[in-house]
Ligand binder design. Structure first.
Ligand SMILES: C[S@@+](CC[C@H](N)C(=O)[O-])C[C@H]1O[C@@H](n2cnc3c(N)ncnc32)[C@H](O)[C@@H]1O
Ligand SMILES: C[n+]1cn([C@@H]2O[C@H](CO)[C@@H](O)[C@H]2O)c2nc(N)[nH]c(=O)c21
Length: 827
């Protein structure tokens, strides 16, 4: 079973001609999440039992990541998991004695994100993860493992309050549920909020549950029907409903808690502005959709009753987020942020004035274009209009698309795609006869995408907003004398690669040593100096090539210890920088973090350094990849071979496995051409998935390594290895799928803001694609994460479709896989 989470996040339509709907290119944006930390740690440690520990971490992480969108910070409790949250940039900053504010996406994640002000009580964290675990591992087991802190199990504890006791889509007396629900003690510290939550949930819980259920089962026409087959009673859906219930409850609970902490309340009665329909529940409503939209109206009618709402546009926009995507043709539902409007609405941008045009769609299933209105304008609009009203009666007003003038319509699809989805775009040449796109529409398919994206590392520039760093007199003078700064200087000067590379996935490890203290498996291990070690200084372990070496540790030498402690001292001195305007909610955490850092430092002191095998130490540029050998090939120790290019360009096994899985899911795809097979990362996985593979590479060394590695995996018989130039061979190849993983021009691809596939690769990316099209329409293009999204979409041609899948390895955006033809998953 693949440990991959795949979600559709958005649909972007690129119009060539406003008047011709047929010519638009439909671009499905999806995300695939992989986790292979255990393989990374195994690479560092070389000890198997650690793997088990980290696998546990991963499982916890999964619970958090996908169950409810809770901010990471709120759920990370144990040391290992917590360490993994700090990326190496942040770690480097700490090591160098620089405050985190200077950079590092961990800082961004942990501090600048408004949502991180949500601090889930510790008890909730435990309870929640236990609860999730229970759900996942089997409800019955949960009954037996009733946690000790569960006090009650009566029906009173049912989080749905009275309402469910009357309408009971989920029976509270059900033992299993009793356990799950009774673990909930929302707002234990604040009874009034707790009451409000109870009230809110009892009023809207069912509607929300139902709405989400329908959303999840869009393809199932029976899902929205009331009556005979209620999902909570039907045997085939009961379990799924139960799980859905638990997940939804926690999801909305967290949302509610968050907004409550931001000073928002909701109008609980009709008099306060809630529509009557919001109180119509599934099962009692004549039309379930009315209930759904009513509920969502209710959500949108959450009122601001505090002046403390200072979280900026991101928080505000969350309220307006289009939280439902329903095919209006199939069930008549509407975009919830637009209660009285049945027409579809888009996030639009184009060269032309689109003010009077309404979005149209000709294809079934694509008729609803939900809009997430502009971050601030709609909010500002509504706030300024309501300025004179008492805050509790303020309501969200959102303009309809046709009411927006081009001037005032700030909905810029490209900006949204970039900031929310992390997709890059440039002005690069488009494929075929396409010159430019005249209009774009964006529809989010995952209502949580905006929120979730905050907790993913998409290599966004660090935003430090309104931070004033003041240097005390002392600290003004110190940096010039600081050994640490000299080290920084030396370190940076010593790097030939761009900074991003040094901090990201292409950094060199200059002295042949890898510090195992690097907390982020994605990141290179950083060393304390850049001087190459003399051969005599390298204490090389006895290393037999490609055989499992379980313990390749050497004790940390006393020198390094001294170095570390000197860095610690200097770190402290540099930490005299005083950020004056840390918001209150962060101030509280500052002390906690200090203590945590101290304890981490202590632990790091105890950590050991891993020594590289001689052949790896001889090529420092690839040393960091060696630490990641198991994530590239989990059977590395059984004789896998890589050369230098192979090390940095092989597709990590989890990603390759996933891509192969996508082929398996597509019918009539038996033969796959791996046009640039390299050392075989992808070819092996295609073969493992049962496909016949034609593996082409121009380099005989690569090809022989690919063959060797295929033997290790026992799939050599399924692969035909052809040495040659794909550009010449392509016309003679026959296959059902072509996989393209060309050289991107070395590790420098990441230093470009946007990667142009036509001009930045050694081969012309358009030509490669064109040749492949002659073999089959089913093409997979494996590309850099910063590839120009519009350029790659243009490959689909007018009226075509494409799926752009972002590949996240341990929450960090790694690569982009683009699917064409039948390989595109259906929306
Ligand atoms: C990025 S690597 C492929 C990595 C591969 N997907 C893996 O997982 O191991 C690109 C490969 O393309 C090969 N190559 C470069 N130009 C080529 C060409 N014109 N025809 C065939 N192969 C070529 C290189 O030798 C290199 O091995
Ligand atoms: C330079 N490089 C890295 N990766 C892939 O991107 C990941 C993140 O750097 C690497 O792990 C590797 O899979 C490459 N893939 C291809 N096809 N061609 C390349 O030149 C290349």
């Amino acid at each position: 079973m693949l440990n991959v989470k795949w979600i559709q996040v958005a649909k972007i339509c690129l119009y060539l001609d406003d008047l011709n709907e047929e010519s638009k290119i439909m671009c499905l944006c999806s995300r695939a999440f992989f986790k292979d930390r255990c393989l990374y740690y195994l690479g560092l440690n070389g000890i198997y039992f650690d793997k088990i520990e980290y696998e546990n971490d991963d499982r916890n992480e999964e619970d958090e990541e996908y169950s409810s969108g809770v901010p990471e910070e709120a759920t990370v409790t144990d040391q290992a998991a917590e360490e993994s949250e700090i990326d190496s940039e942040a770690e480097l900053m700490i090591k160098l004695g620089l405050p985190l504010q200077f950079g590092g996406s961990s800082y961004e994640k942990k501090i600048t994100s408004p949502s991180t002000c949500v601090k889930e009580p510790k008890s909730h964290k435990k309870i929640k993860s236990r609860c999730q675990k229970n759900v996942n591992e089997g409800i019955k087991k949960a009954t037996e493992e009733k946690p000790s802190d569960v006090q009650h199990s009566s029906e009173d504890d049912c989080p749905t309050g009275n309402l469910l006791q009357e309408k009971d889509p989920v029976k509270c007396e059900d033992k299993t549920h009793t356990v799950i629900y009774s673990t909930v003690t929302p707002f234990s510290a604040d009874p009034s909020t707790s009451e409000k939550w109870q009230e809110y949930w009892s009023q809207y819980g069912q509607g929300l549950l139902w709405q989400d259920w329908i959303q999840k089962h869009l393809d199932d026409p029976s899902a929205g029907e009331n009556g005979a087959c209620e999902p909570w009673t039907a045997p085939e859906t009961k379990d799924e409903w139960d799980k859905h219930y638990s997940e939804s409850y926690w999801h909305y609970f967290e949302q509610f808690q968050y907004w409550a902490q931001q000073g928002w309340t909701f109008g609980s009665t009709e008099a306060e502005g809630l529509p009557v329909s919001s109180q119509v529940l599934p099962g009692t409503s004549e039309n379930a959709d009315d209930a759904c939209s009513g509920v969502l109206d209710g959500v949108n009618l959450i009122n601001l009753d505090s002046d403390e709402m200072e979280q900026g546009s991101f928080c505000q926009s969350e309220i307006y987020k289009c939280s439902q995507l329903v095919n209006s043709e199939s069930n008549g539902a509407q975009c919830p942020c637009d209660p009285d409007q049945k027409e579809p609405r888009d996030v639009e941008a184009g060269e032309k004035n689109t003010s009077s045009r309404q979005a149209t769609s000709s294809q079934p299933g694509e008729s609803t274009h939900c809009v997430r209105p502009s971050r601030s304008s709609a909010v500002e609009q509504s706030q300024s209009e309501d300025e004179n009203e008492p805050p509790e009666s303020k309501q969200v007003k959102i303009k309809r698309s046709h009411e927006m003038d081009a001037d005032e319509n700030p909905c810029d699809v490209l900006a949204e795609a970039s900031s929310i989805l992390g997709l890059k775009h440039g002005n690069g040449q488009k494929y075929g006869k396409i010159s430019q796109f005249s209009r774009r529409t964006l529809c989010y398919l995952d209502r949580e995408v905006q929120h979730r994206s905050q907790f993913l590392d998409m290599h966004r520039p660090v935003k430090v907003k309104n931070k004033h760093i003041f240097f005390s007199d002392e600290s003004k003078t110190k940096p010039t004398k600081s050994k640490t700064l000299n080290k920084v200087k030396g370190f940076l000067e010593g790097l030939s690669d761009p900074i991003e590379d040094a901090l990201d996935d292409t950094a060199a490890v200059p002295n042949g040593l890898i510090s195992s203290s690097s907390s982020d498996p994605e990141e290179p291990a950083h060393t304390t100096g850049n001087e190459p070690l003399a051969a005599s200084e390298i204490c090389l372990p006895k290393f037999v090539e490609n055989t499992r070496v379980h313990n390749i540790w050497s004790p940390l030498d006393s020198n390094s210890d001294a170095q570390q402690s000197s860095m610690d001292t200097e770190e402290n001195s540099l930490r005299e920088l005083i950020p004056l305007d840390i918001p209150d909610y962060l101030q509280d955490e500052a002390d906690v973090k200090k203590t945590e850092r101290k304890s981490k430092k202590k632990k790091k002191k105890n950590k050991k350094r891993i020594l590289l095998p001689p052949e790896i130490a001889a090529v420092p540029r690839i040393a960091k990849y060696w630490a990641q050998r198991y994530r590239l090939f989990s059977r590395f120790d059984e004789g896998v071979k890589l050369d230098e290019e192979g090390w940095f360009s092989v597709t990590p096994e989890k990603i390759a496995e996933h891509i192969a899985g996508r082929v398996v899911q597509t019918s009539c795809c038996d033969v796959v051409v791996d046009a640039f097979c390299g050392v075989g990362g992808n070819a092996i996985q295609f073969a493992k998935a049962g496909k016949k593979v034609i593996a082409v590479d121009i380099d005989p060394v690569k090809l022989s390594m690919a063959h060797n590695n295929a033997v290790v995996y026992g799939v050599e018989d399924q692969i035909e290895f052809i040495r040659g130039d794909y550009m010449c061979l392509a016309p003679d190849l026959r296959a059902d799928v072509v996989f393209l993983s060309p050289p991107w021009g070395g590790p420098d691809y990441a230093s470009a803001e946007t990667f142009d596939i036509k001009t930045m690769m050694s081969l012309d990316g358009f030509e490669v694609f064109k040749l492949s099209q002659q073999i089959t329409k089913n093409i997979i293009y494996f590309l850099p994460r910063n590839t120009d999204m519009e350029q790659v979409a243009s490959l689909a041609g007018p009226g075509g479709k494409v799926e752009i899948e972002q590949n996240f390895l341990n929450k960090k955006l790694k690569t982009m896989t683009v699917y064409f033809g039948d390989l595109i998953r259906k929306v």
